[in-house]
Write a protein that binds this ligand. Structure first.
Ligand SMILES: Nc1ncnc2c1ncn2[C@@H]1O[C@H](COP(=O)(O)OP(=O)(O)OP(=O)(O)O)[C@@H](O)[C@H]1O
Ligand SMILES: [Zn+2]
Length: 599
């Protein structure tokens, strides 16, 4: 549905309607070039502007801004893949999506990493930040904004935010003494540490630090935070993470230091250049500064009016406290509205430990993508790790799952159905799929399953969404085996009508699978769609509403069948893993189901 916006012309075009402020008027460009923030171009007709977006409020979704102490790994890719699936699903619903990712580039850990590589901090940041961008391209990540915290617009916005919080009376100066984990970039409570004062995430001893710092009065917001969490149970998800956050808040909030005297690599504190702003107080603002347009004056208000508040912050559970406690309090202090939801997913683990850059026990995503392709990687992690819980990786299980689900259940079904249609029906749909399936049980099952998938996507239950779509493929396989159209075709005229309808029904189910799985496996879905005889352009403009039964119409011609997903062959697949790691993963795979450990 197009929105109608009235305008008139003086020296410039003006906006008169009560249009949402997030679509502020941008420029005095000529009519056909008019553009509003968060919107595609507008068209003009009979004195009215027609917006090409469907809904006024954009869906703003963020991944963490990854710390550039080391290149990305499968854990960083996991959050980003999940965010991409959610962004693609929201676009299918017709929402205007702003998908934000980026890199967090300041702080002690970065300065140390740069020194270790013999590089200046910014050269180091440039190179690691590019590695993130390159990996996102390999994984088909459709982000809209990539923010680097070394971007000058970001720096200006952080300073403005700091000044607002200061003006609100929430920043004071004091001495601080405590135990600091450089890898977490966080002071720790002694009671949360392991033996020898080790950080439970990074397994390294925390350092004793004493500094004269600026503090943020977090404790002032305790009551408000309690109320927000109580009144908005969806604010933190899954629900067990909400309970965790409520526990922290109830235990009492301590003010935290938001500057560092000992760190040079950071944004200087306004009015005290001897200190830099604490990396978290800086990085969280990236979610807002990412919204500011490069060419305009960087200001909090400009950025905020471009789509804030975020609809969803997708993060790992390691940084839940920063997002669900510190961040809302900071925003309240600065008078900025809160994000709508924070979802903290679990960890990909290796031998039960969080896979991470600091521990160095990471899985290399580029290697996986080069060997198996982006769809296999995206599908495996989203389908096999229940979103929210931890999950362990094993190569053998990876291969088994993608072969069984993508190559067999989906790819093979499409291939043999198209083959039969080519051989017996000249690849032509003889009757509308809606007519072919009147009163058909597979059609009913597909309609229920695709609706189930939609609900799962909405609830961020990505694994269940995959399972529901896969069930359509399984039902299609059962259907074709039971109906055996190949033998009906042999019966001549009498069998032909039934058999050709059966093929249409299965192909229509596959069309729906292609759309419903496209948030997870965009390249595979495109292949299925083109095999079904549609163009790339048709694919790129599909919407979720097209999962309604009845898309394949009489006279439509499908393409010659070609395998859409090649089986991975364990024997011939060139692998970098050593025999030892293979043996270990085989041993682990004796468990039929994936090991899911909730830490
Ligand atoms: N093992 C993991 N499983 C799932 N997500 C992860 C994992 N490791 C990192 N992430 C994602 O990256 C975010 C943390 O980003 P960061 O750049 O600090 O990476 P890191 O590898 O955890 O670093 P470090 O090991 O130094 O703590 C997490 O909140 C999560 O979104
Ligand atoms: Zn730590």
């Amino acid at each position: 549905m197009a929105c109608r916006v009235q305008y008139s012309i003086h020296n410039s075009l003006r906006l008169f309607s009560s249009y949402p402020s997030s679509l502020n008027f941008l420029s005095t460009a000529r009519p056909h070039k008019i553009r509003f923030r968060n919107s595609k171009y507008f068209s003009i007709s009979r004195g009215a502007l027609y917006c090409t977006c469907n809904t006024a409020e954009p869906f703003v979704l963020t991944t963490p801004l990854y710390y550039v102490n080391a290149p990305p790994h499968m854990g960083s890719a996991y959050t980003t893949i999940a965010a991409d699936a959610i962004a693609r699903f929201q676009r299918l619903l017709g929402k205007k999506v702003v998908f934000i990712t980026g890199t967090d580039e300041h702080g002690e850990k970065i300065a140390n990493a740069a020194a270790g590589n013999g590089l200046s901090p910014i050269k180091h940041c440039d190179s690691v930040s590019q590695a993130y961008g390159a990996l996102w391209r390999e994984l088909d990540i459709s982000y809209d904004k990539f923010i680097r915290t070394t971007n000058p617009n970001h720096e200006a916005i952080v300073k403005e935010f700091y000044s607002r919080v200061l003006a609100n009376g929430d920043i004071y100066r004091a001495d601080y003494e405590g135990l600091y984990c450089v890898n977490c970039e966080e002071y720790k409570d002694e009671k949360e540490l392991l033996e020898n004062k080790c950080c439970p995430v990074h397994l390294k001893p925390c350092l004793h630090r004493k500094e004269d710092n600026y503090f943020f009065a977090l404790s002032k917001y305790q009551k408000q935070l309690e109320e927000i969490l109580e009144e908005n149970p969806d604010f933190v998800q899954p629900s067990y993470r909400l309970h965790e956050v409520q526990g922290w808040v109830k235990n009492g909030l301590r003010d935290f230091s938001i500057s560092r005297a000992s760190v040079d690599w950071g944004i200087p504190v306004p009015s005290d250049a001897k200190q830099t702003i604490y990396v978290w107080f800086d990085a969280l603002l990236g979610y807002i500064s990412a919204l500011s347009e490069e060419e305009e004056q960087p200001s909090l208000q400009n950025a905020i009016s471009s789509g804030w508040p975020a609809s969803l912050h997708l993060i790992g559970k390691d940084i839940l406290r920063f997002h669900a406690v510190y961040w809302p309090a900071m925003l309240m202090s600065a008078g900025v509205s809160l994000p709508r939801k924070v979802f903290g997913h679990g960890f990909l683990t290796k031998d039960g430990l969080k896979m991470g850059k600091s521990l160095g026990n990471t899985l290399e995503p580029t290697d996986l993508v080069h060997r198996f392709g982006p769809d296999a990687v995206r599908y495996f992690f989203l389908k096999e790790v229940e979103f929210g819980n931890d999950g362990d990786y094993s190569e053998e299980r990876f291969i088994n799952i993608v072969n069984a689900n993508l190559a067999n259940t989906i790819g093979n079904l499409l291939n043999r159905t198209l083959g039969l249609s080519r051989k017996n029906c000249q690849s032509t749909i003889a009757v509308d799929s809606a007519i072919a399936a009147e009163g058909n049980a597979l059609k009913d099952a597909v309609e229920k399953l695709v609706e189930k998938a939609r609900q799962h996507y909405e609830n961020l239950e990505l694994s269940s969404a995959c399972a529901a779509v896969l069930e359509i493929g399984s039902a299609g396989n059962v259907y074709i085996d039971e109906k055996a159209p190949w033998s009906l075709f042999k019966q001549g005229e009498s069998g032909f009508t039934t058999a050709s309808k059966d093929l249409i029904i299965v192909l229509e189910a596959m069309r729906i699978v292609a759309i419903a799985l496209s948030p997870i496996t965009p390249s595979l879905s495109l292949k299925i769609y083109t095999q079904l005889g549609y163009s790339e352009d048709q694919f790129s403009s599909i919407t979720w509403s097209e999962t309604r039964w009845g898309g394949l119409k009489q006279g439509h011609v499908t393409a010659p069948p070609k395998p859409v997903f090649s089986r991975i062959d364990l024997e011939t697949e060139p692998t970098n893993t050593t025999d030892d790691t293979k043996k270990t993963s085989k041993k682990k795979d004796k468990q039929k189901t994936q090991k899911v450990v909730e830490a």
